[in-house]
Design a protein. Structure first.
Length: 114
């Protein structure tokens, strides 16, 4: 059973020009995230696995398979920093599509057809 990824509780996220400044209230640690790391954090909705996050990034940015280890490394850095946590996937059926993360939903609402 795969674990799902979600943002750690007690994060204070502030959008800045090129990403986020994130403070973990529990540890009082402050992290500066570039735009890519900020997007990775947003994708960790609690409804996706690490593999799904990497696949989403691959689709969004047309990444080659050679670039995927870098995405996984960046995701692991967020986990190691305590900004993303693993949660059990209880209740999610194998192969079920994950719920759409907030970042994707916001982007979809922002795009208007003309």
């Amino acid at each position: 059973m795969a674990e799902l990824l979600r943002q750690a509780p007690d994060l204070k996220i502030h959008m800045v020009e090129h990403g986020y400044v994130v403070r973990n209230v529990a540890t009082n640690a402050v992290h500066q995230l570039n735009g890519t790391a900020a997007l990775l954090l947003e994708l960790c909705s609690g409804h996706v696995t690490a593999a799904e996050v990497v696949a989403d990034m691959q689709r969004m940015f047309a990444l080659s398979s050679r670039q995927l280890p870098s995405v996984r490394q960046a995701l692991d850095s967020l986990i190691n920093a305590g900004l993303v946590v693993r949660v059990p996937s209880a209740g999610r059926k194998p192969g079920a599509k994950p719920k759409r993360p907030a970042a994707k939903a916001r982007a979809a609402r922002g795009r208007k057809r003309r």
